[in-house]
Design a protein around this ligand. Sequence first.
Ligand code: ZN
Length: 161
Amino acid sequence: MNKKGHVLNAVLLSIGLGYLLEPAGDLETFETIVAITVPVTLGALFPDVDTAFGKHRKTLHNLPVLALFIVFPYVFGNLEYVWIGVLTHYVLDVAGSKRGIALFYPLWKKEYGLPIGVTVSSKYADAVTVVVTGLELVLVALIVYEVPQWGFEMGQQMVGF
Ligand SMILES: [Zn+2]
């Protein structure tokens, strides 16, 4: 996807995440959306820096780079949420566009993609971006609302209730 698609994805995803984390729709929801949108959008723009430095869809489109952004806040105490932008960039490139990304670069140069994507210049690119973002939010909602329940029920069964 191009920059426009990645920004659209990051902003829509952040709004959705804000409502998932603070569903009331009040000032706290708005503050959460702002706090998430800025770092997630920056993170979503980051991987395509490899169009200028390195090999595009390889150098900054792989799991080691994502791992760095996940670990960074724990080590240095900032850049929280940036990893979400990097991750959603990967998801959109893999699921939404024709060409995949080299997830295991530099170990493997092979690019992984799903056969459902469209070309970056396609007139359906924005629609695909919105659909992918919607699916991401459904997945996050399941994790936020269902996984704790499953864990709770599994825990109950394990202790014999
Ligand atoms: Zn990309």
